[in-house]
Structures are given as C-alpha cells and as structure tokens.
Design a protein around this ligand. Structure first.
Ligand code: AGP
Length: 608
C-alpha cells in the first residue's frame, strides 16, 4: 500500500518527509520520492526506484532548507516500479502524491490530450486534471482540486502543492486514509498516524469526500460541495506497532480481517452487475483466443497451488469442454509434461518471486504456451515475464501465512474462467449465479468474520492439546481443506493434513484416534449427504470433529460446530476457509508461537 507524507511549518521539510516515509516502509513499496518548495517558489523534486535509502543518496546532493513539501512511497498499481512512475508527479506549477486507483484514468487522459505525460500512472492523470482547472494560479488550488475530483471514479488519498503558493498543502480523500497532524507552528500530513509519532499527538482524521487546505498554523476543511466541516482533533494512538497493524495484534489477523476490503480491490472495475459480465483486461486475450482455449494449466506453490486447485474445480463446472490441471510448480518444472495445443497457463504467485513458480513459467514459455499471471506484487519478476496477467491488488501481505491473497487469487481465476466461458457463449443463466455471488462475497466475508471470530477463538483454546489434525472436504471443499491444513501446520506446527472425504476408507481412516482432531468442511449442496456418511465413519471411530458448515439444520453429533450463516452457495467453501484461517491464528496464539514469522519459513521462497 502506498504511503503519503506532507509538511508545512518552521522546520526542514526534507527531514520530516524522509523520516515519515521510513515509518511507512512496512506497508510495502517499490519506489519513493519527495518534493519541497522554496519560498522563492523553486521546487526540488527527488525520486528513486527501490528503497528509501536510494532516495536518501540522491537527496544528499539536493539538500534544501525548504519548510514545505510532500512525499510518497509507491506500491505500483498502474505502471511498473520506476523513477518516472514514482510520485510526486508534476503538472505545471503543481505537484501531487496519490494513494488509490483512478478507475477512469484512461478516459480522463484522453480529454487531456495537450498534456505531455511522462509516466504510465493514473496518478499523473489526476495531477494534469487538477492543473487544467488551476489556471496558472488564477483559482485557489483547493478549488482546482475539487473540480478535478468531481470527475474522478475510484479511490484516492492525495496531497497537492503549488510553487505559486508555497505555504499551503491541499489534501483530500475518498477510500484511502489521510491524517493531519497538528504540531506547534507546523502541520504534518500522513496516510497513517505512525508517521506522526514523535511529532504530535493531536490529529484530524480526514473523512471520505473532504478536502483540506493546510498551512503552518491552519486547517480548513470542506466537502466536495464546498460545505465547511468543523475539524475534530483526536488523540493519536501512540503504539507504533499497533498502528502499523491497523490496531490488530498481528499482521496475520489484520490481513484475515481486511479480506472484505482486499477482495473489493480485486473486483474493482472488473465486474458489470447489470449485464452480469466480468471484464478482465489484463490477460490480453482476444475473444477468439479465449474461445479456442481447451486446456488450462494452473501453476503455483503452497497456498497459490491450493488457490489454483480450487479455482480449477469451479472453472470446470461452468466452462464446457475444457480441462484444467493445477500443478505444484516444484514438481511440474521437472516433469516432461506435454502441454497440448490451445492451452493457456495461469501462473499464480502472491510475491511474484517464487523460484519454482518462476522456473515453471520459463519452461512453459519455451513450449510457446501463452502465460497469464495471477500476481499481487506489481512489477515482480513473474509479473514482468508472463504474457499477460491480472493483479489481485490485495496490497502488501506481510504475514508469512497467506490469507487475503488466497481468497483473491481464487476469485480472480474464477473470473478469468468466466471470461473464457463468456467467450465460448455459455448461457448467462449458468454464469450469472457465479457473477452475482462474487459481487456479494466481500460483504459476506465481513459478516462471517464478525459472526465466527469470537467463537473460533474460544474453540482453538480447547484444541491445543492435539499434535495432529485432519482436514476433510469433498469437491470444492477438498482444496479448501488442503489450504486450511497448510495454515495450521505452518504457524502452529501442528501436523495437519487434508484428505478428500471419499479417500478416508482408502487409508486415512486408520489414523483416527485420540491423538487427532478433525476439521470437517461441510457446505450445503448435493454432495452434503455423501459427506455426512463420511462424518459418521469418523464418529464411529471416536473422532474429535469440528464441523464448519452453512447447513441450516445441522444435527450431526460432532464435538464442535462452527455455523456460518449465509445464502452464498457456490463459494461457501471460501467462507469456511475463514474459519480455518482464524482457527490457525488462535491455535498459534494459544501455543505462544510467532504468528507472523513462523520458524523455518520465508514469505517469499526465492530459492529452490
Ligand atoms: C502460504 O501460507 C505460504 N506462505 C506459502 O505456501 C506460499 O503460498 C508459497 O510459498 C507461494 O508463495 P507465492 O504465492 O508468493 O508464490
């Protein structure tokens, strides 16, 4: 997630801007930049790709005593990480930094045909749009900002300065947080309060649809409709770690709980609910190319592999005459697997740097197969080497255990499958239930998280005595069970494995005794009765079963039931996976292990 800082006051602006950006590094970024304005109106713009230390090196040669400026750390969404795509962006006398996504930037850019764009970013378009209303300073900067924002669709948190008025910063937000720090003879801006700690404890949290003009000693807030807003000054949370984790104790819990918002970002601008159609521009495949696809290979490791397996189950259900094969990258790269004509390979990776997945990508490309990335980290190696792709836009996933990326990877791949089905002429009656459920998933996830979180925390404490767990599911609940088992084993070190319910009698049933607990994922639907008889097999052998289910009248005599109240049917397993995520989290807490940095593991496995 990008970071914004701003300063206007009596001290050296560069000092605060750099130290403030360092406080925001935890949010993940790939480039950084600042601009400061001299009283004479001279602007000093310094930007650098990579770490803030690269920016500091460049600043050493551009030391200024300016007392106003803005800065930014960029998590690329449009345009790869580079200096020219880094913020601040300049448009004539103004400079802008931006967090968020301007969905309609392409049409806005078309209307700014006289502007000499230097970058590929949506943010530069916003800077140019503001300048087009600024009239070389004839109008107040805040007015030009308001005029421009009224044309914008998407999300933004912005800070804007002008060399023609080097004593004020204009800030605005819609969907991307901004906080104004009230200091002594200085006013500070940041995208989260962690950058303000040590400078002030007084802050004004801007609300969506508000625009503020700040100077050394004043803050004036209005709505986009020019209604004055009385500023509410609040006490800042002083615990830095707590702020960086969004108030949660660990990044893992923060990332589990932010899945409604992260999935919303994945879906943003990619669905048209009126006609029940999805639009995935990234893969860059024509209708004819989509229609021709007969075979999908989905490549990933760990959670990314599970996401591919689960998405494959769904794609087979609504796309006719297509075969889907999800494979573990570290195995596939050494198989001599023949990939038939009319195949496409989906390369799934949160980090975009996983060595085995990258190696697979390169092997598959040698066979001339079209590769599509399902990646989170923009500009990562995999993202740059695939032929096309869809970014999942979940923001940085800090905790080693992947959670929000999994949910968005599955949905993004299902949406890719829907674009294939649409191109193949599959009846909208078949596809619409998937599209409408996907659109409802963010809110359903929010509801389920609120419904089960406290309950799962209580249950987890009762199951810490087990060193072995078996996760069970049928059909789409089986890859989901695999993902749940991985979550538990990788952070609580409990030996957890997943089996298809139907496989129990082919061996795993022999395991059932008091050393084991069982997590049974039991979605309602045509296979529920089959799963019930499997549950009874386990019960007959004294199994200690936790059932996660959305079945209304669930009455099996299991030890524990986690009821999910939802009318989501097709994607119910994704909601059940929330139980597994929270169960793994609270089991680990109960055991006292490191939730975010489990032993022996790295967030991105960049070696074989
Ligand atoms: C999942 O919780 C693990 N951290 C791990 O299995 C991970 O999914 C795997 O290493 C793949 O990482 P990637 O998505 O960044 O390629």
């Amino acid at each position: 997630m990008c970071g914004i800082v701003g300063y206007v006051g009596e001290k050296n602006a560069q000092d605060f801007l750099v130290s403030g950006l360092k406080r925001l590094e935890y949010r993940g970024y790939d480039s950084a930049g600042i601009v400061t304005l001299g009283a004479d109106g001279e602007a000093t713009l310094v930007r650098a790709k990579g770490k803030i230390s690269n920016l500091e090196e460049k600043l050493a040669g551009a030391k200024r005593n300016d007392t106003i400026g803005i800065g930014h750390t960029r998590w690329a969404t449009h345009g790869e990480p580079s200096e020219r795509n880094a913020h601040p962006h300049q448009a004539g006398p103004i400079y802008l930094v931006h967090n968020g996504i301007i969905e309609n930037y392409k049409e806005l850019k078309k209307a700014l045909k006289d502007f000499d764009f230097k970058s590929e970013t949506d943010s530069e378009v916003l800077a140019a749009l503001i300048e087009s209303f600024y009239g070389e300073g004839k109008y107040p900067l805040a007015n030009a900002v308001v005029q421009a924002l009224k044309l914008v669709k998407g999300t933004y948190g912005i800070a804007v300065v002008s060399v023609l008025k080097p004593d004020e910063i204009v800030v605005a937000r819609s969907g991307s947080p901004l906080v104004i720090g009230i200091g002594h003879d200085e006013t500070l801006i940041a995208s989260d309060a962690s950058a303000l700690l040590g400078h002030t404890k007084q802050a004004i949290y801007l609300n969506d649809g508000e625009v503020a003009t700040v100077t050394e000693k004043s803050v004036e807030i209005k709505t986009l409709n020019a209604e004055p807003v009385s500023a509410k000054v609040e006490e800042i949370e002083t615990n830095l770690a707590a702020i960086q984790k969004g108030g949660y104790e660990h990044f893992l819990l923060k990332e589990i709980m932010e899945q409604p918002d992260s999935l919303t970002e994945t879906l943003r601008g990619r669905m048209n609910l009126e006609d029940g159609v999805v639009h995935l521009g990234g893969p860059g495949l024509s209708e004819a190319e989509l229609r021709k696809i007969k075979h999908l290979v989905i490549v990933g490791c760990g959670t990314a592999y599970h996401a591919g397996l689960l998405a494959g189950y769904y794609i087979e259900k609504f796309t006719p005459e297509i075969t889907v094969e999800a494979v573990i990258a570290s195995e596939y790269r050494y198989r001599q697997a023949y990939i038939p004509e009319d195949s496409v390979a989906l390369i799934v990776s949160q980090s975009g740097e996983t060595a085995d997945t990258l190696a697979c990508l390169r092997e598959i490309k040698k066979q001339g197969v079209k590769t599509i990335g399902i990646v989170n980290a923009i500009g990562s190696t995999i993202a740059r080497e695939v032929d096309g792709g869809t970014y999942v836009h979940v923001g940085p996933e800090i905790s080693v255990a992947s959670t929000k990326a999994f949910t968005s990877q599955v949905i993004a791949m299902v949406m890719f499958g829907l674009t294939i089905a649409q191109a193949k002429g599959v009846k909208s009656g078949i596809l619409k239930p998937y599209v409408s459920e996907i659109a409802r998933m963010p809110e359903e996830i929010r509801k389920v998280l609120d419904e089960v979180r406290g309950e799962v925390e209580k249950i987890a404490g009762k199951y810490t005595k087990y060193e072995h767990g078996i996760y069970l599911g049928r059909d789409v609940a089986y890859p989901t069970a695999m993902e749940g088992a991985l979550k538990l084993k990788e952070i609580s070190y409990v030996d957890a494995n997943a089996y298809a319910f139907g496989e129990l009698k082919h061996g795993p049933l022999a395991l059932i005794d008091d050393r084991f607990f069982e997590m049974a994922l039991l979605p309602d639907g045509e296979l529920y009765d089959k799963a019930v008889s499997n549950v009874q097999e386990v019960l007959a052998r004294g199994g200690h079963i936790i059932a996660a289910t959305n079945v209304d009248k669930f009455d099996l005599p299991v030890e524990t039931v986690v009821k999910i109240t939802t009318d989501i049917e097709l994607f119910a397993p994704i909601l059940m996976n929330l139980v597994s995520q929270l169960f793994a989290y609270y089991m680990t807490i109960a055991k006292g292990y490191d939730v975010d940095q489990p032993r022996n593991l790295a967030k991105s496995v960049t070696v074989e």
